[in-house]
Design a protein around this ligand. Structure first.
Ligand code: NAD
Ligand code: TYD
Length: 354
């Protein structure tokens, strides 16, 4: 069994679908179900005997320890985090609590569990920490892409809290010998992403006839990766990554925000044309810039390609089309997330979890 924290969120839920689609090995999902955790994203596997769920906060070390003792996983994949930069600017406290304190509590629970395993299981155990390229800070237009040796220079409360968690994970390896792996990935997009991140927000607002708010001049660059490609990378690092190493994961898809929004509008014009024949581009509105807005992220993913043979399968064009189609096909998921109705669904489905 593998143990996943935060897998009721965007990437973790996609990972569960990826894993159960490929392997027989069961998964145990631990998630506190914050605003970003949504059991509807896991509904397709809810009755799968290989799927187990526990509503729990990673800061609750005794409860995490009890789960470990009961289920005896062979690996932990740590997805749980507060993940939205804008929320971290508005209220950084939750980011310090979950991303820093929570990662510490988890490392300590895992260290005690791992220390008590019989030698063969101890040698095979893995703690895989899922992190971000934002720990490296911001690039100018001419800087080379981030490599695994780029110095850390986080700029937002979110990226600073993730950088702190990366350092804790590294230290637990060097000090205690904990068998850790870290991935630092670029911006993901795809199904089940909460509609306050750029791509799902723009799709949602476009369809709702609302403004499409582009921060600043819209020239900030992100390196977009389709979420299933990220999930394949994580599975590959878990399988064959070298202990204590970090792996950068990215799509080689640097796109300016305004170009992302234009492409989304053009896709929607094709797939869901407006009744009055006008383009969704007319809804684009330039708004005030994000404080401390990182200008450019770009990932050099040659290490994971060279060592583990991973490359992305989706281009931005194919991945974005799939993503727009998924949001068009799943209006209920979006409606429930935005209205809070999914909490009621959770209540019905899982009793106390509402
Ligand atoms: P998300 O916000 O969609 O999901 C986070 C999940 O963690 C939610 O289900 C939430 O309920 C859970 N959670 C939050 N606090 C918790 C706590 N204290 N205890 C237990 N569960 C808790 O995030 P995501 O986009 O799926 O990101 C997953 C991981 O990947 C994060 O660690 C993030 O830093 C990292 N990452 C994300 C991206 C991206 O583009 N989304 C890119 C690179 C790395
Ligand atoms: P976001 O999805 O929040 O990811 P991150 O900040 O982690 O990169 O934002 C992606 C980019 O889009 C970022 O440069 C900020 C910008 N953005 C907008 O212009 N408008 C929006 O409404 C949002 C949410 C983001």
């Amino acid at each position: 069994m593998i143990f996943l924290t935060g897998a009721a969120g965007f990437i973790g839920a996609n990972f569960v679908h990826h894993w159960l689609g490929q392997k027989d090995e069961p998964v145990l999902v631990l998630d506190a179900l914050t605003y970003a955790g949504n059991l509807e994203s896991l509904a397709p596997v809810a009755s799968d005997p290989r799927y187990h769920f526990a509503q729990l906060d990673i800061c609750d070390r005794p409860a995490v320890t009890a789960l470990l003792t009961t289920h005896r996983p062979r690996a932990l994949l740590h997805f749980a985090a507060e993940s939205h930069v804008d929320r971290s600017i508005h209220g950084p406290g939750d980011f310090i609590r979950t991303n820093v304190q929570g990662t510490f509590e988890l490392l300590e629970a895992i260290r005690a569990y791992w220390a008590g395993l019989p030698a063969p299981e101890k040698a095979a155990f893995r703690f895989l920490h899922v992190s971000t390229d934002e720990v490296y800070g911001s690039l100018s237009p001419t800087d080379p892409a981030f490599t695994e040796t780029t110095p850390y220079a986080p700029n937002s409360p979110y990226s600073a809290s993730k950088a702190a968690s990366d350092h804790l994970v590294r230290a637990w390896h060097h000090t205690y010998g904990l068998p850790v792996l870290t991935t630092n990935c670029s911006n993901n997009y795809g199904p089940y992403q909460f509609p306050e991140k750029l791509i799902p927000l723009m799709i949602h607002n476009a369809l709702a006839g609302k403004p499409l708010p582009v921060y600043g001049d819209g020239q900030n660059v992100r390196d977009w990766l389709y979420v299933q490609d990220h999930c394949r990378a994580i599975a590959r690092v878990l399988e064959a990554g070298r202990l204590g190493e970090t792996y950068n994961v990215g799509g080689c898809n640097e796109v300016k925000n305004l170009d992302v929004v234009h492409t989304l509008c053009d896709l929607l014009d094709q797939l869901r044309p407006k009744m009055d024949g006008s383009s969704y581009r007319a809804q684009i509105t330039f708004v005030a810039d994000r404080p401390g807005h990182d200008r450019r992220y770009a990932i050099d993913a040659r290490k994971i390609e060279r060592e583990l043979g991973w490359t992305p399968q989706e281009t931005f064009a194919t991945g974005l089309r799939k993503t727009v189609q998924w949001y068009l096909d799943n209006p209920d998921w979006v409606e429930h997330v935005t209205s809070g109705a999914y909490r009621q669904w959770v209540g019905k489905q899982y009793g106390a979890a509402a």
